[in-house]
Design a protein around this ligand. Structure first.
Ligand SMILES: Cc1cc2nc3c(=O)[nH]c(=O)nc-3n(C[C@H](O)[C@H](O)[C@H](O)COP(=O)(O)OP(=O)(O)OC[C@H]3O[C@@H](n4cnc5c(N)ncnc54)[C@H](O)[C@@H]3O)c2cc1C
Length: 394
């Protein structure tokens, strides 16, 4: 049993080694290009994705039986933090594998596990998540996109939105209505693993897509998608039975929220480190600005908030690995870190003064990227509903 080292934030030697190795990769390959690509609104170059795949990042937590590394949730969070510290978009690539492979591992048939998991772990199959629709975001059971069975195929018709990385994906993990007559709306849904050819043109006229312009998160485009009778093999129905999709989706919320909290910690840590460095270099009134008590206290508060978010995330990871329900801990970590990163990145911009507002310094990138955390993977309002529900149940 590896021993946790209190001086390393309670991490084991193995965790520290993972942190150092991912940090080395991120510093060598991602940090040098992140700001320039963000300024050009260019997506993550595919050679970076290939290297991440070769380093085994996509299969970290999945079973060795299917080509994963079988590591714990904390290892995944540590790797996520380091990648997101370099560039949120890079830390977010893994989110798609975590959602899709978790869904397949927990709910897929044996045949589906064999068919999809090895490719998801090695990066041969790149996935995207198509759950949100123009009229159904927080209300994920309120979707309208439907799949009608015809022989050995489903024909999918309807709209999805905010499908991040849909262009690069080989499969779209898609919620669809298969049982419109079900008495409860939650029982109408299924999940289809929708195959597609990677590329920006999609498959018109049965599948069209267009990118949504955003203020940040520039390394991955999010797409509006229109399905019009798009054919999907019936064998790609997750778990092989209809009406289970909502419950299958719920089963991934904990891990996805923990990974999102870790992404926020990474962005906040990057902003903190940039602010610390700048405070030691910038002089005004004959002193470095780090000598002014108001700036020193700002930095101290930022560091305290980042560490609080990190430890809340680690706690959720450890709860997840006990195998017990941890929606409370995952929701707290996600909600806290989403607000923490918005505040910390805004304070970092303040430390930079006018340069914080300039595209020539990365403080504005951290701040623009940070704003999405209160919105995706369940808004803050939804997290607080989950937390309150659990507290009041007790
Ligand atoms: C950059 C980005 C990337 C994304 N990537 C993906 C992706 O890859 N795949 C995917 O499927 N989706 C993705 N999303 C979509 C994201 O998950 C949704 O935006 C989110 O779930 C909120 O849904 P909505 O936008 O429809 O807002 P709504 O649900 O309409 O919410 C609007 C406001 O009302 C509040 N609200 C709603 N319901 C309640 C309630 N019951 N109680 C209290 N307040 C409530 C919300 O908190 C919010 O403040 C992405 C979004 C963004 C911005």
């Amino acid at each position: 049993m590896p021993v946790a080292n209190p001086s390393a934030g309670g991490l084991t030697e193995e965790h520290v080694a993972i942190r150092e190795s991912v940090r080395d990769f991120a510093n060598a390959e991602v940090v040098p290009i992140a700001s320039e690509l963000d300024n050009q609104a260019a997506e993550i170059p595919m050679p970076i994705i290939k290297k991440m795949a070769e380093l085994g990042y996509f299969g970290l937590i999945f079973s060795e039986d299917y080509g994963g590394s079988g590591l714990d949730t904390l290892s995944m969070a540590i790797a996520t933090e380091e990648l997101s510290k370099a560039w949120l978009s890079v830390g977010s690539v893994m989110t798609r594998m975590i959602i899709t492979a978790s869904l397949v591992e927990a709910n897929g048939t044996d045949e589906q596990k064999k068919r999809f998991l090895p490719g998801l772990c090695t990066g041969e199959i790149l996935p995207a998540a198509a759950f949100t629709e123009p009229d159904a975001g927080s209300d994920s059971a309120g979707i309208k996109c439907r799949a009608v069975k015809q022989g050995d195929k489903y024909l999918v018709t309807g709209e999805k939105t905010w499908c991040t990385w849909a262009n690069k994906a080989h499969i779209l993990c898609t919620t669809v209505v298969t049982d419109p007559q079900a008495a409860r709306k939650h029982d109408r849904l299924s999940i289809l693993l929708v195959p597609k050819t990677p590329g920006d043109k999609f498959h018109p006229p049965q599948l069209a897509g267009s990118p949504i312009p955003t203020i940040g998160y520039k390394g991955m485009n999010s797409y509006s998608l229109q399905f019009d009778g798009y054919e999907v093999p019936a064998e790609n129905l997750l778990g092989g039975a209809t009406g289970k999709g909502f419950y299958q989706l719920m089963s991934t919320y904990e891990i996805a929220r923990i990974q999102t909290a870790a992404r926020a910690v990474g962005v906040a840590q990057a902003a903190l480190e940039a602010a610390l460095k700048y405070a030691g270099e910038r002089t005004q009134f004959g002193k470095t600005i780090g000598e002014f008590q108001v700036i020193r206290h700002k930095l101290a508060q930022m560091a305290t908030q980042v560490e609080a978010g990190r430890q809340l995330t680690y706690h959720a990871c450890r709860m997840k690995d006990t195998g017990k329900r941890c929606d409370l801990e995952a929701g707290m970590a996600k909600a806290f870190c989403a607000e923490m990163v918005e505040h910390v990145t805004s304070e970092a911009m303040q430390v930079f003064g006018g340069y914080g507002y300039s595209r020539e310094f990365p403080a504005q990138r951290y701040w623009r990227d940070a704003r999405v955390f209160r919105i995706f993977e369940g808004t803050s309002e939804i997290q607080y509903e989950v937390i309150a529900k659990r507290l009041l149940e007790r």
